[in-house]
Design a protein. Structure first.
Length: 252
């Protein structure tokens, strides 16, 4: 596959991933949404189906990594690093496009929610605002080592599942059955390990939409919580590397 195919596939796939994944968060969170208060099960299954949809759409173009942690894990497994920057560039751009599309799709609900004194007044305006969770993750209890460890552990499970069960014949991306397996692994991680931090398990999924949150003209949106933002980037990258190390020691 060419560099242009990789970039295009990762951009489209990650945009769809964030559109559907961030979309379910918006649906559950925002005032005026028919799915408001649908709960954690809706979010976890929404993200799982988002992964499945995005992978099936773009696996033929780029292998559908859609996650820098997966890209790093596959690179460590294979020893091939040449296309890693192209993958990550596409993933970051796609994540930002997907987050912007969530805002467009739910524009009226964002306005209604942030105009509601009860919703916008839940947290002080100088802190993370009431809609940041639609764009990026955050901890329920702020404990740096625990939050980092949770993201590492969840990503180890994800990337190890991809490396052992999900790759296509070339070993450079997800296969047809691998897409379905990975989708259910994401649901399992959300249900079992998502409670403490919201399970980013994907640096692009968290950082790209967080940048969009910072840029969008959302009234009373609060901060984008940049003091926490490094954890869902560094943790998944460490987790992806650990998973690849485990794979090379135990399975290769």
């Amino acid at each position: 596959m060419s560099s242009s195919d990789i970039f295009l596939g990762e951009t489209i796939g990650t945009a769809v991933l964030i559109l559907l994944g961030g979309g379910v968060c918006a649906a559950v969170t925002l005032k005026g949404s028919k799915a408001r208060n649908a709960g954690w099960l809706a979010i976890t299954f929404g993200w799982g189906f988002a992964v499945m949809t995005a992978v099936y759409m773009t696996a033929s173009l780029s292998g559908a990594h859609l996650n820098p942690a997966v890209t790093v894990g596959i690179a460590i497994k294979s020893g091939e690093w040449g296309d890693v920057p192209v993958y990550i560039a596409g993933q970051m751009l796609g994540a930002m496009i997907g987050a912007a599309l969530v805002w467009v799709a739910y524009y009226g609900q964002f306005q209604a929610h942030l105009a509601d004194p009860e919703a916008s007044g839940k947290k002080p305006i100088e802190g993370p605002g009431p809609v940041l969770g639609i764009f990026s993750t955050g901890p329920e209890i702020r404990n740096t080592w625990q939050n980092l460890a949770t993201e590492i552990i969840g990503t180890v499970v994800l990337v190890l599942a991809v490396l052992t069960q999900g790759l296509n014949d070339s070993g450079k991306g997800l296969g047809v059955i691998g897409a379905l397996i990975t989708a259910f692994v994401v649901v399992s991680i959300g249900l079992s390990l998502g409670g403490p931090t919201g399970y980013a398990i994907n640096p692009a999924r968290d950082l790209g939409p967080r940048i969009v949150h910072a840029l969008l003209p959302l009234p009373h949106k609060g901060t984008s919580d940049w003091s926490y933002a490094w954890i869902p980037v560094v943790g998944p990258l460490i987790g992806g590397a650990i998973a690849a190390g485990i794979y090379n020691i135990a399975f290769a």
